[in-house]
Design a protein. Structure first.
Length: 160
């Protein structure tokens, strides 16, 4: 119901699950008022399927300036075996602390799914989070990334 209600109640879309094709099908209805409702609905479903929480995916429906970016660790640097595992471990951090620090400092949401990283947030904040993740992939120690994020967070708070 948490997935169904935003699509049907807010966006006024028709939704069905095609079991044979294993796809969620969205269609506008005569009650659909917003021209971009179909795109918002598709982004919402995609964000949920990538692993974001339902509450975070609902933010895509409600806010206009939220985007979803996906990249692979291999896009940044070709890593294999234990080197890839260590890079993913640096991104996650001990008990997820590094990931949460990046999320809180840049006001984004991160999902690390094997070698893929998904970032949800505003355009400028995605860029800051991507820079932090890329520096971790390239081998920067987490302490150095924390300090950069602390400075970035202080600048963001000053601006508003």
């Amino acid at each position: 119901m948490a997935i169904y209600e935003p699509l049907v109640q807010q966006l006024k879309l028709q939704v069905r699950m095609n079991v044979r094709a294993r796809a969620v099908e969205l269609k506008t209805s005569p009650y659909t008022a917003d021209a971009g409702a179909l795109q918002k609905g598709a982004d919402f479903v995609r964000a949920f399927l990538l692993g974001f929480a339902v509450a975070d995916a609902i933010a895509l429906v409600r806010l206009d300036d939220l985007y979803l970016e996906t990249f692979e660790v291999g896009d940044v640097r070709a890593l294999k075996g234990d080197h890839l595992s260590r890079a993913i471990g640096r991104i996650a951090g001990k008990d997820g602390r590094t990931k949460y620090a990046i999320e809180n400092a840049t006001k984004t949401r991160l999902v690390v799914a094997e070698a893929k990283i998904h970032i949800l947030g505003s355009f400028a904040n995605i860029r800051l989070a991507r820079n932090a993740v890329v520096s971790l992939i390239l081998g920067a120690p987490p302490g150095k990334v924390y300090n950069k994020l602390k400075n970035v967070a202080a600048r963001l708070n000053e601006r508003f």
